[in-house]
Design a protein around this ligand. Structure first.
Ligand SMILES: Cc1cc2nc3c(=O)[nH]c(=O)nc-3n(C[C@H](O)[C@H](O)[C@H](O)COP(=O)(O)OP(=O)(O)OC[C@H]3O[C@@H](n4cnc5c(N)ncnc54)[C@H](O)[C@@H]3O)c2cc1C
Length: 344
């Protein structure tokens, strides 16, 4: 009899791992504090090797039927510089998290996974428990509170399928979704708390008057029910080996959102964990060995891209270096292609 596994967290990482384990006949119980479907703060742009994971686990067709579209072009803007629309080196898969998480949860249950939705896991650390519980929360990082906002909107007229707009206090991505809906998602930092965020979120997402972002969204009709927010984001490094437990997705480490690679890392880490966990379940590996193998595989796969992503995130918040890098990347396409590749 295979040993049962417990997964804490039913986001992309936990659900993908749960589906993979069920495909190998492993009994899995997955605890998810929330309910499906639900909106999540996310740019909803899947870019990088995670696309291949979706294909290998056999989920692409399912997601295609549920509603997916491709982002083929990207453009970047800040106050005085822009990189006009260019083909992305690899098109991004765009899908609403409202749909994505629901489809993955449905598939997990269909193939025999036990889903405890609306239930927070309060168990003890033990062999067979995998943490896919998402980002760790830090009220302040480097003296700033980091806040994510997202809402869907219609009546948006971008120049590219995916646009990234740098502002003085953060950045906002505008990404095309199926059905002429656009995801508007931003990461902001503030030294103080923002008490009026819940009432003034549209102002934050629309950017200041005269900015290219404001031009895109001037007639936007936001879907209020899709608005969501997260606070306490922390994209600093975290070494997997130091943890002594099994972690995947954002629970392992969070890549700066501007790369659009977080979901890919969630998918990839789930796939990297799959082999050792199946072996553990079959009694072919001890738990500490399985955890070490997963940590090593994740470290090997992600450390370079995390370094580049964190460097880019720092540049994004310094106007002069940001402008210089944008000018360079605008002029030399190989540089923008290289930055794309190094963060994937
Ligand atoms: C502003 C912003 C923009 C982003 N844009 C993009 C983008 O365009 N492209 C991209 O690829 N990525 C993007 N990301 C990152 C992406 O959203 C995450 O990397 C991805 O959601 C991580 O998936 P996960 O499964 O690890 O965690 P999550 O999706 O956060 O799931 C974790 C789950 O665990 C549950 N949970 C936590 N604790 C418990 C518990 N004790 N018991 C039970 N359940 C628990 C939570 O309810 C949650 O559902 C963005 C992130 C932000 C903040």
């Amino acid at each position: 009899m295979p040993k049962p596994m417990v997964i804490v967290g039913g986001g992309i990482a936990g659900l993908t791992l749960g589906i993979g384990l069920r495909q190998h006949g492993v009994p899995v119980t997955l605890w998810e504090a929330g309910h499906y479907p639900r909106h999540r703060v996310c740019g909803e742009f899947i870019s990088g090797r995670g696309q291949e994971v979706l294909a290998r686990i056999g989920l692409l067709g399912l997601l295609g039927n549920a509603g997916i579209c491709l982002a083929r072009t990207a453009a970047f803007f800040e106050r005085s510089t822009s990189i006009p629309p260019r083909p992305l080196p690899q098109p991004g898969l765009c899908i609403s998290r409202f749909v994505l998480d629901r489809v993955l949860a449905g598939e997990f249950q269909r193939i025999g996974g036990e889903l405890e939705a609306g239930e927070r896991w309060h168990g003890h650390e033990a062999p067979g428990v995998v943490h896919a519980s998402g980002r760790r929360i830090e009220p302040k990082v480097d003296g700033y509170r980091w806040i994510g906002l997202k809402a869907h909107a219609s009546n948006v007229f971008p120049l590219a399928d995916m646009e990234l707009h740098f502002l003085s206090s953060g950045y906002v991505g505008v990404c095309r979704l199926p059905g002429n809906i656009f995801n508007v998602c931003g990461l902001f930092r503030s030294e103080t708390s923002i008490p009026d965020l819940a009432t003034h979120w549209q102002q934050w997402l629309r950017g200041s008057e005269g900015s290219p972002l404001h031009d895109r969204l001037v007639h936007a009709r936001f879907e209020e029910s899709s608005f969501c927010t997260v606070a306490g984001l922390d994209t600093r490094g975290r070494k997997p080996e130091a943890q002594g437990e099994c972690r995947i997705g954002d629970a392992l480490t969070m890549i700066p959102p501007m790369t659009g690679n977080g979901m890919s890392m969630a998918l990839e880490s789930a796939e990297l964990a799959l082999g050792p966990l199946v072996k553990y379940s079959r009694g072919e590996l001890e738990w500490p060995q399985a955890c070490r193998k997963i940590a090593r595989a994740c470290n090997g796969r992600f450390s370079r891209r995390l370094l580049w992503a964190r460097w880019l995130q720092q540049i994004a918040f310094q106007p002069l270096p940001r402008r210089s890098l944008m000018r360079l990347a605008g002029r030399f396409e190989p540089l923008s292609r290289a930055l794309f590749a190094w963060t994937r």
